[in-house]
Design a protein around this ligand. Structure first.
Ligand SMILES: [Zn+2]
Length: 402
């Protein structure tokens, strides 16, 4: 008997015409099957129970491998025989015969299910392309649904890597996928659901009898569209993956007046230790809080002829104008910047450029990902008030006195 853990979904299509009464004999060079790995599953149980592990420690529980003879491990060619709905029998070139009986639990009935898939593909090669096409569109629909979830920050980076690494300009998509995925067969190729689906599709599209059918061409086109969509989405959501720390340094590195640089240095000195590995998608507000604080320090330093390092929390709090409605604050700050000689519309001035970002009213701006929601009003007001009130308050000692 074969090792446990093989999986095959029941066929979506019914038997080929007249194909349910005969005994089929099919010789195949390779038969790709999914196998659930009990060792990986038990390891994942350990990971789930221990907080010292992270999500990166999980192992894929499902992999694809080529069906092989349990006695000699040969994978090709295998001669498959049986009738629709009945047990799967296969024989290796060494003459070893294996029988996989039906199982009353449909989830474990992989033998007859696999036989049905092989019969359908034998009778009509396009059948397997149609099945994979259904799975690809189902995956895409689920992914698109997920984009509306509050925790969504972009495509999974492993899926995105495959999409980015696949040459979509080539005529030979199977070869492009094979290279991008680095398919490991006949031994187990483990991976996420999309990766496994693409491994199946690669093998299907590498089979001329499948590729040169209308359904084969539709599968080819659908996979290209799917990977292109993942690429576009990955690039669209790129700003959410930037580390807050890197964003702050990028703003500072844009240059500007000496006092502006000194204001950034002061802000970074105050906040950097608290930034950790946060990304803009997780906490873009924190970046805007730091940007607003820098602008406040700069305005107060310039107005009062102080070095930025000597601006006090009280001065920043006064500029924050906590008594005003959130929407009244930007005009106040913009007037102060004008007084200091900055043209708020100047795109060549780093101070004005950051200001153009800080005066954006998030209420009217569609969020890049749902994680960005929960922010209302102008970024500058939200930012400076967060800086003042947050648990990671910027001027802890001075604030207590204020
Ligand atoms: Zn054998």
């Amino acid at each position: 008997m074969l090792a446990r853990g093989y999986r095959e979904k029941p066929p979506v299509e019914g038997p080929p015409s007249g194909g349910d009464t005969r005994i089929w004999t099919i010789v195949l060079d390779r038969i790709a099957v999914e196998r659930w790995d009990a060792d990986a599953a038990s390891w994942n149980g350990v990971v789930a129970d221990h907080s010292e592990f992270s999500v990166n420690d999980y192992m894929p529980e499902t992999g694809i491998e080529l069906l092989n003879c349990p006695r000699c491990r040969i994978t090709c060619p295998l001669e498959v025989t049986g009738h629709w709905g009945g047990p799967l029998t296969f024989t290796c070139p060494g003459g070893h015969t294996t029988i996989v009986e039906a199982h009353e639990n449909p989830r474990l009935n992989w033998g007859p299910n696999l036989l049905a898939r092989l019969i359908l593909t034998e009778a009509d090669p396009a059948s397997w392309a149609r099945t994979l096409l259904r799975r690809v569109t189902a995956w895409r629909d689920k992914e698109h649904e997920g984009r509306r979830e509050p925790w969504y920050t972009g495509p999974d980076k492993r899926d995105a890597r495959i999409a980015e690494n696949t040459d979509l300009t080539t005529a030979d998509l199977a070869q492009a996928l094979h290279t991008a995925i680095g398919i490991q067969l006949p031994l187990r190729h483990a991976g996420r659901p999309l990766e496994l689906l693409l491994v199946h599709a690669t093998l299907a599209l590498a089979t001329p009898a499948i590729r040169h059918t209308d359904d084969g061409r539709a599968l080819d086109a659908e996979i290209r569209a799917l990977l292109d969509d993942i690429r576009t989405e990955w690039q669209r959501t790129a700003p959410t993956r930037v580390l807050v720390r890197d964003q702050l340094h990028a703003w500072r590195d844009e240059g500007g007046p000496e006092e502006w640089q000194a204001a950034w240095d002061r802000t970074l000195q105050l906040v950097e230790v608290r930034l950790g590995g946060y990304t803009m998608g997780q906490d873009g507000l924190f970046a805007e809080a730091a940007a607003a604080l820098t602008t406040a320090i700069y305005i107060e330093a310039m107005t009062n002829s102080l070095p930025p390092s000597e601006v006090t929390a009280e001065q920043v709090i006064e500029l924050a104008a906590l008594h005003l409605d959130t929407r009244e604050v930007p005009a106040l700050w913009e007037a102060r910047l004008r007084d200091l000689g900055h043209d708020p519309e100047d795109t060549a001035d780093p101070v004005a450029r950051l200001w153009q970002r800080l005066r954006i009213d998030h209420t009217s701006e569609p969020p890049l990902t749902p994680m960005h929601t929960g922010r209302f009003g102008p970024a500058v007001t939200d930012g400076i008030r967060t800086a003042i009130r947050s648990n990671y308050s910027f001027f802890p000692h001075s604030l207590e006195a204020a």
